[in-house]
Ligand binder design. Structure first.
Ligand SMILES: Cc1cc2nc3c(=O)[nH]c(=O)nc-3n(C[C@H](O)[C@H](O)[C@H](O)COP(=O)(O)OP(=O)(O)OC[C@H]3O[C@@H](n4cnc5c(N)ncnc54)[C@H](O)[C@@H]3O)c2cc1C
Length: 452
């Protein structure tokens, strides 16, 4: 049965119909009149019982999941799973290269650790001499941030810029919408759909239930290799430091004369585009970032640590007005699964300046003390599993290179390459392992990527 009271009726009852006309469907209504009025709600279906249930059962001490048919939410050429720096760039690149693209993200925004993890400092796009090697779509994103007020600071040659997370989320939505990429947010990729070691799509969980998206090529940009692992591709499972980043405010209210005789508090972080607000990085202990009990423990203990640190800071003379702006909504998991690719990014190759015939990007460094190092396409594709490409921090890289490969600009670069390669594989109806890399390189160059 439908609830007959619509928004206009509701406002009339409340004596607010003039407001309704003036505000149209403005989402700011709740803010203007307070939480107690001006809302609308209807019954969509009453006394409904979920019809497509296929509950797990508990049999002989085991939980058994039954077979069931899943609805297909979408069918596309290139499916990108994960909307972090690598995934967003991959989706844009594939779309601009002519493919039909769907991008799926488990949270409600794009940017991954860059935004949700509050990792605001973009390091790793420069090499010796201050040369910027991360170009293409990642650089375009930076340029767009430059055009916005309060979105980015320290953007000049040879320097690592710092962004505002909300500005990045905004720019990413803008670019994704302009390109016409289809998006599903609040959708968690849980399992690859696989036929004879060829990936055909991915199964997702969301509030709409368990559904599948079918695709010719899947790009795993989850950071954790969730999709390639479930598809049966070989990977290395690593531990790394897991921290929780936070932002601290009112640093512009610190009273210098009062601070003269006290040691500076620890953990004051680095400036952001918001005046008086710093972001504070945290190393955290080395743990398994795939273990849910560990992740829970990290979240809880890091929060206690951060709150205690802020209280200590506020007790320091001159720092009384400092406050905790926010802790990152997303835990800082650095590395977990890393693909075993056809090729692997190695430190020896970086030192030797090895040039690859299948180069699809050039990596930068955190301190600008390395020369250019090339990223071969083979580091993005699994040795056996078909129709899947990795992008971002989970590509094939030896442990000594992981801390360079995972930096944001290097994730842009591998995302860019994966997106273009995915589109080429679709156009040429081939497995990503067999794509014509010269074609990929040509399109990357047209999209202003730097290949050395
Ligand atoms: C604490 C910390 C500090 C760091 N400091 C810096 C720094 O100062 N400078 C720098 O350049 N880099 C830094 N990094 C590294 C950098 O932030 C990451 O390596 C980079 O963001 C990785 O990009 P990505 O796109 O590969 O993965 P992510 O940023 O992890 O994005 C992955 C995306 O996929 C989504 N996702 C994951 N699983 C699923 C799933 N199953 N289904 C659907 N969606 C999924 C996630 O929600 C996320 O949006 C830091 C990292 C950490 C943790």
């Amino acid at each position: 049965m439908n609830d007959p009271m619509n928004r206009r009726d509701c406002l009339r009852v409340l004596g607010l119909s003039g407001l309704a006309t003036g505000l149209g469907s403005s989402p700011s209504l709740a803010q203007s009149v307070g939480e107690s009025s001006g809302f609308q709600s209807s019954v969509i279906t009453s006394r409904k019982v979920q019809s497509d249930r296929a509950n797990a059962t508990f049999v002989d001490g085991k939980v058994i999941q039954p077979r069931r048919e899943l609805p297909v939410l979408d069918t596309t050429d290139v499916l990108v799973v994960g909307g972090g720096p690598a995934g967003v760039v991959a989706a844009l690149a594939a779309k601009r290269a002519g493919a039909k693209v769907t991008l799926v993200e488990r949270y409600g925004h794009f940017g991954g650790l860059w935004t949700g993890g509050l990792v605001l400092l973009v390091i790793g796009h420069i090499v010796k001499g201050g040369k910027q090697v991360c170009q293409g779509i990642g650089e375009e994103m930076m340029r767009r941030l430059d055009q916005l007020d309060g979105a980015i600071i320290n953007r000049r040659p040879g320097v690592n810029p710092t962004v505002d997370a909300e500005a990045v989320k905004y720019v990413m939505v803008e670019m994704i919408e302009e390109a016409g990429v289809k998006v599903f947010l609040h959708c968690w990729g849980v399992e690859a759909v696989v036929n004879d070691s060829a990936v055909q799509g991915v199964v997702f969980e969301s509030k709409s239930g368990r559904q599948a998206i079918l695709a010719q090529v899947v790009i795993d940009a989850t950071g954790d290799g969730d999709v390639f692992a479930s598809a049966g591709a070989e990977f290395e499972h690593r531990s790394h430091n897991v921290g929780l980043v936070w932002r601290i405010g009112n640093l512009d209210w610190v009273d210098p004369p009062k601070t003269a005789n006290t040691p500076k508090p620890k953990h004051l972080g680095l400036p952001t585009p918001v005046p008086g607000v710093n972001w504070v990085n945290m190393h955290g202990p080395e743990v398994d970032g795939l273990d849910v009990a560990t992740l829970t423990r990290m979240e809880m203990s890091h929060r206690q640590f951060i709150w205690t640190m802020i209280q200590k800071t506020r007790q320091t003379p001159g720092y009384e007005h400092v406050y905790l702006v926010e802790t990152a909504p997303q835990l800082g998991v650095r590395i977990t699964r890393v693909l075993q690719g056809l090729k692997t990014v190695t430190l020896d190759d970086l030192k030797a300046g090895t040039r690859f015939a299948d180069v699809v990007g050039v990596g930068g460094s955190d301190s600008g003390d390395h020369g250019e190092w090339q990223i071969p396409y083979g580091a993005l594709v699994p040795t056996k599993t078909d129709n899947i490409i990795a992008a971002g921090r989970c590509i094939s890289a030896e442990i000594r290179m992981a801390d360079l490969v995972r930096l944001i600009p290097n994730c842009f670069v591998t995302g860019h390459a994966a997106g273009v390669a995915g589109a080429v594989a679709v156009q040429d109806r081939c497995n990503p392992r067999q794509v014509d890399v010269t074609k990929v390189q040509k399109i990357l160059a047209q999209q202003e990527a730097y290949l050395g």
